[in-house]
Ligand binder design. Structure first.
Ligand code: CP
Length: 311
């Protein structure tokens, strides 16, 4: 069986092939009649141990638009609340013969663990601060549609790098595809280890944004900080919140991205988030298309991805 556990398992030609297939899925989703039959008779289970608006709903729509039967497991009302483990929960669902298991979990490596224990394809929908591969793919598709290519672009990823699986997957994908990745954050949110990933680090946002083609903002993940966030929110917005003045340092045609959920007034000002330069809603649209492409390729067993190793 084949899985999508991380961007770390993908080659540049595989990424390009996935994005090309997703382009076709964009057209399908824009038609009045949105349904295909590629996955007729297949079963997809969405197993989300963490909250989600975009990822879970787009995986559900993606499976349904391909004709699969999609079941959303309600973890809150499941026997997880009675102490059943992740592995027991997954192997129980596996006994019902799903073809695809989509997993989000707060522990890094949870989807990798499940992939070894179940008899179906596993898709990582976000694991702790490790990876969120479908997010990086939908971001790449959005960028490619605006800029034509990923190679040679300057992409500034700003904010809470430390706790961000979105940042990690995007760094892996964008550097593999030949983009220049800049990270902009205060030292407390920028671990030294990222320097080894082939990126440039900036503490000064204006320098980091200078000449950028893409400005990608990240949510401050206060729930992963145990109440120990320094500096204050007000100071954070002053130095690292994206407003029109700081965006002025990026290229005139730079696009503004945010994976969502947004904290308005903390990492991004509404005047920018709701402006013509924001592609935030397009990212959501591309999310359905990218997930359709991945589900279809995995169901056909034509995406040859080995389980990514945790490093
Ligand atoms: N971008 C993202 O993963 O959003 P959700 O947490 O709402 O799924």
């Amino acid at each position: 069986h084949h899985h999508l556990l991380g961007i770390a398992g993908l080659t540049p030609p595989e990424i390009t092939a996935l994005l090309d297939l997703a382009e076709e899925a964009v057209d399908v989703s824009r038609q009045v009649e949105k349904k295909k039959v590629a996955l007729k008779g297949r079963t997809q289970i969405n197993l989300f141990f963490e909250a989600s608006t975009r990822t879970q709903s787009s995986f559900e729509l993606a499976g349904k638009r391909l004709g699969a039967d999609v079941m959303n497991m309600s973890v809150k009302n499941s026997s997880v609340s009675k102490g059943e483990t992740l592995l027991d929960t997954a192997t129980t669902l596996n006994a019902m013969h799903p073809d695809i298991l989509v997993v989000r979990h707060n522990a890094a490596g949870a989807p990798q663990l499940l992939a070894r224990k179940v008899g179906c394809s596993v898709i990582n929908a976000g694991d702790g601060a490790h990876e969120h591969p479908t997010q990086a793919l939908l971001d790449a598709l959005t960028i490619r549609r605006h800029k034509g290519t990923l190679e040679g672009l300057v992409v500034a990823i700003c904010g809470d790098i430390m706790h961000s699986r979105v940042a990690r997957s995007n760094i892996l994908l964008l550097t593999a595809m030949g983009a220049e990745v800049r990270l902009v954050a205060p030292s407390t949110l920028l671990p030294d280890s990222v320097e080894a990933m082939g990126v440039k680090c900036f503490r000064d946002m204006r320098k980091g944004l200078d000449g950028a083609d893409v400005v990608m903002m990240l949510r401050l993940q206060l729930e992963r900080m145990n109440g120990a966030f320094v500096p204050s929110i007000r100071e954070y917005f002053h130095f690292y919140g994206l407003d029109e003045e700081k965006l002025g340092y990026a290229r005139e045609d730079a696009i503004v991205m945010h994976p969502g959920p947004m904290n308005r007034g903390i990492e991004i000002d509404s005047s920018v988030a709701d402006s013509g330069r924001s592609v935030i809603h397009e990212q959501v649209e591309m999310g359905v298309a990218v997930r359709m492409a991945i589900i279809e390729l995995l169901a056909k067993n034509s995406l040859d991805i080995q389980p990514a190793e945790l490093d």
